[in-house]
Design a protein around this ligand. Structure first.
Ligand code: PGA
Length: 251
């Protein structure tokens, strides 16, 4: 399976800026995208169309949505449905990003509903998990990851295709802070996630990709990607500029 190199643009970029960054990224990676890597761009909803247009026909690139509400359609003011993301050209969507858990108040149960519902709609889901700094200090990393994985994957069928599901390990204290988990911390967390996946999705769990996220930069991406069970990265700040994200993709 290719390594998944994901750019999470969060609540940044107007449509024109997103289109320009996506075009610049495609230009920089033209003929230079390593064969074992796949690029995923996850812009805000209002920039999906412009980003899709800029990436149209670019092999190795796909588009994702940052969030959706787990219902086909309905009276959910301010929300967006999985089918709308698919209609906008998305193949992937995130669930359980720490900013949605900790700023927008999403709990494990809602994250689990999103993950399962997105899959039934045909999206490939990236379930994000990760501990807060106080949980790490209290020695609870494994317990937190196991709880978030159990709830987040509760209704995912045991025979889910490894193409349709990825996990992103993003320690909350490393997101947007400039602090990156050290290689031993990343290796240990990814080992915990892998063990859970193998147990839960036998035998496909060995193939489900586990991404690392949290202050990934051109200077640390190569080392992170060399760690066992790191099958890609989910990048926020350093993905906003085509040049730095292209450097990460080729690291
Ligand atoms: P960061 O964000 O790279 O800015 O730390 C990562 C993420 O939130 O996915």
């Amino acid at each position: 399976m290719k390594k998944l190199m994901a750019a999470n643009w969060k609540m940044y970029k107007l449509a024109a800026e997103a289109g320009a960054t996506a075009s610049a990224l495609a230009g920089k990676l033209d003929g230079r995208l390593p064969r074992d890597r796949e690029v995923l761009v996850i812009p805000p909803f209002t920039a999906l169309a412009a980003t899709a247009k800029a990436l149209a026909g670019q092999p190795g690139f796909s588009l994702g949505g940052q969030n959706f509400y787990p219902s086909k359609q309905g009276a959910f003011t301010g929300e967006i449905a999985p089918e709308m993301l698919l209609d906008a050209g998305c193949r992937y969507a995130l669930a359980g990003h720490s900013e949605r858990r900790h700023i927008l108040g999403e709990d494990d149960v809602l994250v689990g509903r999103k993950t399962a519902f997105g899959l039934t709609c045909g999206l490939s889901m990236i379930l994000c998990v990760g501990e807060k700094v106080e949980e790490r200090q209290a020695g609870q990393v494994e317990a937190v990851l196991t709880r978030q994985l159990a709830a987040g994957l509760a209704d995912v069928p045991a025979d889910v295709s490894p193409d349709a599901l990825a996990i992103a390990y993003e320690p909350v204290w490393a997101i947007g802070t400039g602090l990156t988990a050290g290689p031993a911390e990343v290796a240990e967390a990814h080992r915990v996630v892998r063990a859970f996946l193998v147990e839960r999705f036998r035998p496909g769990g060995a193939k489900i990709r586990i991404l690392y996220g949290g202050s990934v930069k051109p200077g640390n991406a190569g080392e992170l990607l060399g760690i066992d069970n790191v099958d890609g990265v989910l990048v926020g700040g350093a993905s906003l500029e085509a040049e730095s994200f292209a450097a990460i993709v080729t690291a």
